[in-house]
Design a protein around this ligand. Structure first.
Ligand SMILES: Nc1ncnc2c1ncn2[C@@H]1O[C@H](COP(=O)(O)OP(=O)(O)OP(=O)(O)O)[C@@H](O)[C@H]1O
Length: 295
């Protein structure tokens, strides 16, 4: 058993004859047992990173280790739900779950998949091809959880679910992960959906890591400052600053006391992510406090 779920070192992946970089120089560590939000703009490299972690793609630079091994060697212990949720259209739901059991005879646990299917009011005899996008998502998640994975990689899992199903499936997923100490990496564009369920953040932009680390530590490393326009923000690291009339609003990484006469607030996850998305030139911040504490 390793205490690290994913470790990337200068990880890169390029595609095509022009070797266009989808990911470049990505280094981070995700401790085991965390629920990690993976976010970033379209084309940031989120799906590429998940496919590399799942062993479906190979790095063109650097390395990625999963559960202390190569992704290919860890494949039995991880589950990956791709964005397009590939399932056999001609199989029934029950047949799909039977296939899952047959492919994972030592790990399969039928209870959670059966509950997820029942909660969605789905007929186990229904064929996959007859299901809606959201219903397929439910089956794909049931299949992934039945495998009882140590690492669950989910590429925009909630995108085609209605708000109620999203809420309910997220609750089932989080309860199951907490019960079994499963590490979850979940990509999403809906930051509000990630707040409250994730305790780790990985923000990608332009194929590079922009923010990585425990969510509380990343939030604590930033302060929202409201002051007068013309106020100097030195010597702090400014992620984003905006002036409206006579008011200055900024998100900074304080390098010391922020001074009097200014209002300071802790940012929300959404404010933290949006400020970084609006300021792609802001310096990255990669925190790995557990590793530093152990050193
Ligand atoms: N198989 C491929 N061949 C060529 N280019 C690819 C391939 N897969 C991804 N890319 C490119 O790599 C970059 C990152 O793509 P990726 O799908 O990982 O981004 P993403 O963050 O998941 O985006 P989105 O939020 O839109 O799903 C994009 O520029 C994309 O065009």
């Amino acid at each position: 058993m390793t205490d690290t779920a994913i470790e990337a070192a200068a990880l890169g992946r390029s595609f095509g004859r022009r070797r266009r970089q989808a990911l470049e120089g990505c280094s981070f560590r995700l401790p085991a047992g965390r629920v990690c939000a993976l976010t970033g703009p379209n084309g940031a490299g989120k799906s590429t990173l998940l496919a590399l972690a799942a062993g479906l793609l190979r790095p063109t630079e650097g390395s990625i280790a999963v559960l202390g091994r190569t992704p290919a060697a860890a494949r039995e212990r991880l589950a990956y739900v791709a964005q397009n949720k590939p399932l056999h259209p001609q199989l029934t739901i029950a047949g799909t779950l039977r296939l899952g059991r047959d492919l994972n005879p030592r790990r399969w646990d039928a209870r959670v998949p059966e509950r997820i299917i029942a909660e969605g009011d789905l007929d186990p005899g229904a064929r996959i091809r007859s299901l809606s996008g959201g219903q397929r998502t439910r089956v794909a998640l049931a299949l992934a959880l039945g495998k009882r994975p140590e690492l669950l990689l989910l590429d925009e899992p909630m995108a085609d679910l209605d708000p109620l199903a999203r809420h309910q499936l997220m609750a089932t997923l989080m309860a199951d992960a907490a019960d079994h100490g499963t590490t979850v990496v979940m990509s999403s564009h809906v930051v509000a959906e990630l707040e409250g369920s994730c305790d780790h953040l990985l923000l990608l932009g332009g194929g590079r890591v922009r923010l990585a680390g425990p969510l509380d530590d990343l939030l604590a490393a930033h302060t929202l400052v409201t002051g007068r326009s013309g106020d100097t923000l030195e010597p702090h690291t400014v992620v984003e600053s905006r002036t409206t009339g006579r008011q200055l609003t900024a998100l900074v990484r304080p390098a010391g006391p922020l001074g009097e006469g200014r209002r300071t607030d802790r940012p929300s996850l959404e404010e933290l992510v949006l400020a970084h998305l609006r300021s792609p030139e802001a310096p990255p911040l990669v925190l790995d406090t557990e590793q530093e504490a152990a050193a």
